[in-house]
Design a protein around this ligand. Sequence first.
Ligand code: SF4
Ligand code: SF4
Length: 142
Amino acid sequence: MTKHPLKMTKVALENLFQKPATVPYPAVRKPVYAATRGRIAIEEAKCILCLICDKKCPTGAIKVDRPGKTWAIDRLLCIQCGYCVEVCPKKCLGMENLYSPPVSAKAMDVVNVPFTPPPPKPKPPPASATPAATPAPEAGKE
Ligand code: SF4
Ligand code: SF4
């Protein structure tokens, strides 16, 4: 026998007359606030395709294609940690306080970037291909 036999009945009755904590989404949406972590947005005009966000993202959600000049994100992989926003050297990534709309299939959100990366630097020739140093003339043989 419990010490408070009516405690459960009291909680049940209270819940009967309280509004539910949930909302009937999508007919009603919960409010978003200034600090709500919604989704990552990019100002593509400032991006220099440096790949830092691609390398640092802990879930591999961002893919940067330098030759193809695109920045892409898999929003289902993103955990809204904000690390890409911190490390971007051009400060072109930001956290919007809007949520992405629901999707029924996995897809990358691809953004075209106007920046044209410089061509890669030519590799130095291998050591064996460099001409051998001319030997110094022997003393008295001139
Ligand atoms: S917020 Fe975090 S998980 Fe999402 S893309 Fe940026 S680094 Fe990756
Ligand atoms: S978004 Fe920022 S970190 Fe990512 S490739 Fe563009 S400039 Fe680099």
